[in-house]
Design a protein around this ligand. Sequence first.
Ligand SMILES: [Zn+2]
Length: 238
Amino acid sequence: MTLLSYQHRVLQTGSLPLRPGARLQRVPHACTATLIWPDDAVPTPENSVVTDPCFTGEGFVEASAVLRELGVGFDVLGSYFETHQHGDHMLSFPSLDTPYPERRFQPGSDGPLAGVSAVHCPGHSPDLHALVFRSGNDEVWIASDAIIDEEWLRAWRYYWPNGYSDEEIVETWRSVGRILARAHVVVPGHGPPLRVTARLLEELAKSFEQALFTELCPEVGEQIRRRLASDASLPADA
Ligand SMILES: [Zn+2]
């Protein structure tokens, strides 16, 4: 049996105005939208899925350019997957002239996307599911807001309008641990993809000790250290 392998391209690079320490930066509020399709094919409506297709005006322009580069148009978007039911990740196009993807992607079904599975990553939202697939030797995680972006990950601090309960923050760290135990590439909810390296994990293993509520989920630090000790496929640095 050959292992199913997929390509992915970010159609809209997400960003978020709110930064650690409640600083604000002048960037749009947009989620990261990603197209996934099999390695040995060009994307078609039948063999591809777009994640979190909540396009802003600027994001739509970016997505148009990426699709053009791939030699396809918006009509290639046949099915979509919303990682969680927050308004900034749900199907939305800035123009009504473009055909919407019509089918919701069902992970676990047969067909060209059979190798793409969903993994529950609650905390940010109780219903959050990441999409996980192989890409060559890499395991790619479309993590969405389980990891908001790299700066957020390195800060180990919840700074999104802090309505989160202690339990939700602990759940979030557990989801981060689940992702970092396996991912080679993480596509976060509001930033560009990041590569998981030994250096990144070493820094995160250290900084995790300063995070809130780590005493309630010591297994997260343990997972990171175990991967560092055992995974020979980790690149030293990006
Ligand atoms: Zn979000």
